[in-house]
Ligand binder design. Structure first.
Ligand SMILES: [Mn+2]
Length: 405
């Protein structure tokens, strides 16, 4: 048997609303909102150029259970382009686009094989042998059962066995746990490859056989930073080679600017523009959180009279002349403890927050999480998110609650 070659992608989240991004001009907003589609089109272009044996999509094709008509239309077009190129697709739906949602029906072309809510097998003949692909779609949003138990172990030595599973490792606390599995459970099936989805950060959990999260193809917020894409996989009975293919149309990143020695605002603006320009040359269109670091006494005075909003708008304007898309989503000013005198009240609040457990955060944020309209856009609160929220809260408190206030 020779190699088989396939594309492993997941979490396309077509139609992501990118809500919460404020102040973008109309064209900038269009550019960001179109990014999931642009990344998807690049994936399809790549497949047509490289002609793999098939394409696997491990869940969350759509961002919402209502599968917007626009998102479905764009997906349909992509699948038809693959049909014309003779490339089969195997997919399962995930927790975001589970089968119990309400949506307008589209009929996908015949090259597209879709898993039902129970674990089943799809067999594909390739130039170098048969691939037996096992998987399922989410019948409803919350699949908490260990679906791994229903996957049949590999038994035919003449075929490639691939498992497709949208879910998370048992004990993983940073995300809502769906269809939980352990690495051992996957390995016991004796498959040649595990094509996972759900976790948006790419990671190879195991090599030989490979157990892989490709991550999403387009970041949707600051916690999905860096370049995003999918894997081009070559699989043989002796091993696997994974090639990451970047396709994100815009990437989220943090960028640190050293402010030591800066005395005037024009110097700061120049320093920011230079750093941002370098970043864009290397990474392309970006949404950046600027971190102004090493703020000494001289630089500190510059920030006393301006609000973060004013500063951000001014810097954004200064970046407008660059050809590549860039948006400053926030500016953090890293102040050493000695630079700003923090009031005893602020100290107390920060210390109290430090001892909070997840349950305390849930209590503090309950108005938001129980909001009838807002709550459906939120993923369940996790320990990891509370770390981010706490860091942001501390920064706000440090800046706003000063001595004598
Ligand atoms: Mn997802």
């Amino acid at each position: 048997m020779g190699d088989i070659r396939f594309i492993h992608t997941a979490d396309l989240h077509l139609g992501s609303p990118f809500s919460g991004m404020k102040g973008l001009k109309k064209e900038q907003w269009q550019f960001v909102k179109n990014s999931t589609y642009a990344a998807f089109d690049r994936l399809i272009d790549y497949a047509i150029k490289e002609t793999p044996d098939f394409v696997l999509i491990a869940g969350d094709i759509y961002d919402g259970e209502d599968r917007s008509i626009r998102a479905q239309h764009r997906f349909q077009q992509g699948m038809e382009r693959l049909a014309d190129a003779g490339i089969p697709v195997v997919l399962g739906y995930g927790n975001h686009d589970h089968l119990s949602g309400q949506w307008v029906r589209f009929e996908l072309p015949e090259n597209v094989h879709v898993f039902g809510p129970d674990v089943s097998q799809i067999r594909l003949a390739t130039r170098n042998g048969e691939a037996i692909i096992s998987g399922f779609s989410y019948g409803e949003r919350h699949v908490k059962r260990a679906m791994i138990q229903d996957f049949l172990p590999a038994e035919e030595s003449g075929a490639f066995y691939i498992g497709m599973l949208h879910g998370s490792m048992d004990g993983e606390t940073a995300h809502a746990v769906y269809a939980p599995f352990t690495k051992q459970q996957l390995l016991e099936k004796n498959y040649d490859y595990w094509a996972l989805g759900h976790i948006h950060k790419r990671e190879e959990l195991h090599h030989n056989p490979s157990i892989v999260y490709p991550g999403n193809i387009q970041g949707r917020h600051k916690n999905e930073s860096g370049t995003k894409g999918f894997y081009d996989v070559s699989l043989s009975k002796s091993g696997t080679s994974l090639q990451f293919v970047p396709v994100s149309a815009v990437q989220f990143d943090g960028l640190s600017i050293a402010c030591g020695g800066i005395m005037h605002m024009n110097e700061l603006i120049d320093a920011c523009r230079n750093s941002v320009e370098h970043h864009l040359i290397e990474h392309g269109p970006s949404i950046l959180q600027l971190n102004l670091a090493d703020v000494d006494e001289g630089a500190k005075e510059l920030f006393e009279e301006v609000t973060e909003k004013e500063l951000r708008e001014t810097l954004q304007e200064a970046l407008e002349e660059l050809e590549t898309f860039v948006w400053l989503s926030s500016i953090e000013i890293e102040l050493g403890q000695e630079v700003f005198e923090i009031s005893p009240l602020a100290e107390k609040i920060i210390a109290a927050m430090d001892s909070w457990q997840l349950a305390d955060w849930k209590n503090a944020l309950k108005d938001l999480y129980r909001h009838p309209k807002g709550s459906r856009f939120l993923e369940p609160l996790s320990d990891r998110e509370t770390v981010d929220i706490q860091a942001a809260a501390i920064q706000k408190i440090r800046r706003n609650v000063r001595m004598g206030e």
